[in-house]
Design a protein around this ligand. Structure first.
Ligand code: ADP
Ligand code: MG
Length: 632
């Protein structure tokens, strides 16, 4: 029999398939099962429109038959089938632009190590050549007499000849390649691995995917006093669950079902904190089932963690992790999206498809944001648990891309504050603001107690203004990205005091500064190289001194930078502020005249104390201790 040649295009694709270094060769099974499902769809459609077929949905099946001895794998269906012409035009050429696209990508990416492209594109029938040296297709078209046999060993062409076939449908018979060092092809002949692959890729195919499998049973079951005696038997199993949980009616699915589904599918031990169902109909229809985990996985804040949702097209898995579907700031969300508008051959109309994905992604983002906001309002306990796990992610989200997403995220943030033990949102803070309050104030420090006892917070609290307590390194960067909330600037108390003073207070400070010029100059000299300036403070009450940071860098930022980049010498500009009303100040003033040497020691000690209160490490602890001991 004369061999026919594949069309040039197809030949190239075939070569690529045969010599594929692609690691996910297993997807050939998904492709063949999806073809079988398509073929059944077509015949079922005929039955629904042309009552003559007498077939109904329950008559259809897809069957997998491995034969280990002969190294043959057969996939059959009782769908519409193919005649000679169909085989010519469907199996002899690249029928689809999807495959073409794939071929182009493949050629471009030949040097790439992991060409994940097959997973994304429906590569179709030819993918069978990744695991098989010789393929036979036996098919009989519905409503026609006799069958046809198509055979090919790949690149050298194919033959078509008439053959016997009793019923309509198609059988694809593959001679599975011998195992090599790098590839275990025998797994495609193993019942259990095949069953697992069906579960993984084709679980939601709408027709039963069946395979005869080995089981065991107790022959003496039912006889109470008999020893169990095990025997094996074979039975046809349906491997797929057919109706995905997200396609079922809401009232048919319990919370427990959803939780179990989540845990099995996404390998978590804990129930999700929140389950979100989306059922969108319209220009683009899709169903989504989304989960917010209760905890961040151990690798969540590392590069190992990969975001993305599973993408299905009418029950067929297209991508295990479609990154485009979730924005970076919600990367903790797990789940599935199923849209009939995304075709299996995702590249068929590439642009259109990308647009669909973008539209779905933006819908999903809004939905997640809305649900989280709702949760913050209605179930604060759960929200705080969420915040515990993923708050940092949201903070990163605010900072990312120069604050591009801050408006979506600002109402999801929580902070400690001087208002009480509970975390507060910015909206809640704004609701408590005093009428004359012009800004949202924050102070930074290692922990709440430390911030609360910062000398410079006294003045603002005295005015009755609430202060946000920033204990997390990221907080201050978040504040800088946000800049304002609800039209109110978010200000550090360090830079806030100037704005808060009345003209009278300012005049008073100026007066004191003038009066104490000498002493301030003296202190600045003593601390040369350490501080930028010594100043009279308007915000101190019970403490004699405090250290404030001037310029763009705060002490917390300085510490943070030091931590991530120890060699970094960037320092916040230090200003030592004196409380002119404090007795210590009077004493110092006196000493400067009578005993300058002692005054110098005093200044140094005060400076170190200010460092300690600001949560900064004392530069030279032993010198400090000596000085204090000397005084005693
Ligand atoms: P696609 O499924 O995207 O059309 P494939 O390469 O997977 O592309 O398959 C090519 C064509 O071969 C199908 O469109 C279909 O016409 C035909 N075909 C493949 N498998 C079967 C089958 N089991 N039954 C009937 N026709 C099939
Ligand atoms: Mg296909």
């Amino acid at each position: 029999m004369a061999k026919k040649q594949f069309k040039a295009e197809s030949k190239r694709l075939l070569d690529l398939m045969i010599n594929s270094i692609y690691t996910h060769k297993e997807i050939f099974l998904r492709e063949l099962i999806s073809n079988a499902s398509d073929a059944i769809d077509k015949l079922l459609y005929l039955s629904l429109t042309d009552s003559g077929t007498g077939l109904s949905r329950s008559d259809f099946y897809i069957r997998i038959e491995p034969d280990r001895e002969k190294r043959m794998l057969k996939i059959s269906d009782n769908g519409i089938g193919m005649n000679k012409e169909d085989m010519e035009s469907n199996l002899g050429v690249i029928a689809r632009s999807g495959s073409l696209q794939f071929r182009d990508e493949m050629e471009k990416g030949e040097e790439q190590e992991d060409i994940d492209i097959i997973g994304q594109f429906g590569v179709g029938f030819y993918s069978a050549f990744m695991v098989s040296d010789k393929i036979t297709v036996i098919s009989r078209k519905y409503g026609e007499e006799g069958g046809w046999k198509w055979q090919s060993s790949g690149a050298d062409g194919y033959t078509i000849a008439p053959c016997e076939k009793e019923t309509q449908g198609t059988e694809i018979v593959m001679e599975i390649k011998p195992d090599t060092d790098g590839e275990d092809y025998s797994r495609f002949l193993n019942e259990n691995s095949l069953a697992a692959l069906v579960k993984k890729y084709s679980d939601y195919i709408r027709y039963p995917v069946q395979m005869e499998m080995e089981h065991s049973r107790n022959k003496n079951a039912g006889q109470a006093d008999a020893e169990p005696e095990w025997e094996t038997y074979r039975e046809v199993d349906t491997l797929n669950s057919m109706v995905p949980i997200w396609q079922r009616n809401k009232n048919e699915v319990t919370e427990e079902d959803l939780n179990r589904f989540y845990k099995e599918k996404f390998f978590d031990f804990e129930d999700p904190l929140k389950t979100i169902r989306v059922d969108a109909e319209g220009l683009i229809s899709y169903k989504a089932l989304l989960f917010v985990p209760a905890k961040a996985s151990y690798d969540y804040y590392t590069k190992e963690y990969k975001k993305g949702l599973q993408l299905y097209s009418s029950g067929v898995l297209i991508m295990d992790r479609c990154e485009e579907l979730v924005p970076e700031h919600f990367r903790f969300v797990r789940g599935v999206v199923d849209s009939p508008d995304i075709s299996l051959n995702i590249s068929r109309e590439m642009l259109q498809q990308t647009r669909h994905l973008t539209a779905i992604a933006s819908n999903i983002e809004k939905k997640i944001q809305g649900e989280l906001e709702k949760m913050m309002g209605s179930d604060r306990e759960a929200y705080e648990k969420f915040w515990q796990a993923f708050g940092l992610q949201l903070k990163y989200g605010v900072m990312a891309e120069f604050g591009a997403h801050k408006d979506k995220l600002k109402d999801l943030l929580l902070f400690h504050s001087s208002a009480g033990e509970k975390l507060t949102s910015l909206a809640e803070y704004a609701g408590r603001m005093k009428e004359d309050q012009k800004a949202i104030y924050y102070a930074t420090g290692e922990n709440i107690q430390m911030i609360a006892s910062l000398p410079q917070t006294e003045y603002i609290r005295e005015k009755g203004y609430e202060i946000l307590y920033f204990t997390d390194e990221a907080d201050e960067f978040v504040a800088q990205a946000l800049m304002a909330y609800d039209g109110k600037p978010i200000q550090s108390i360090a830079s806030a005091d100037a704005d808060l003073k009345t003209d009278e207070e300012k005049k008073e400070i100026e007066k004191q500064a003038e009066e104490n010029k000498d002493l301030l100059g003296f202190a600045a000299d003593v601390l040369k190289g350490r501080i930028k300036e010594a100043r009279i403070s308007g915000k101190l009450r019970s403490q004699p001194v405090c250290l404030t940071a001037e310029g763009p860098l705060s002490f917390e930022m300085e510490k943070y930078l030091k931590q991530i980049q120890p060699e970094n010498e960037m320092k916040a500009e230090r200003v030592l502020e004196f409380n002119a009303e404090h007795p210590v100040f009077g004493k110092l003033k006196e000493l400067q005249k009578t005993d300058p040497e002692r005054a110098e020691t005093y200044v140094k000690i005060l400076y170190h104390q200010a460092e300690l209160m600001a949560g900064l490490p004392v530069e030279d602890p032993s010198a400090y201790c000596e000085m204090v001991a000397g005084l005693m």
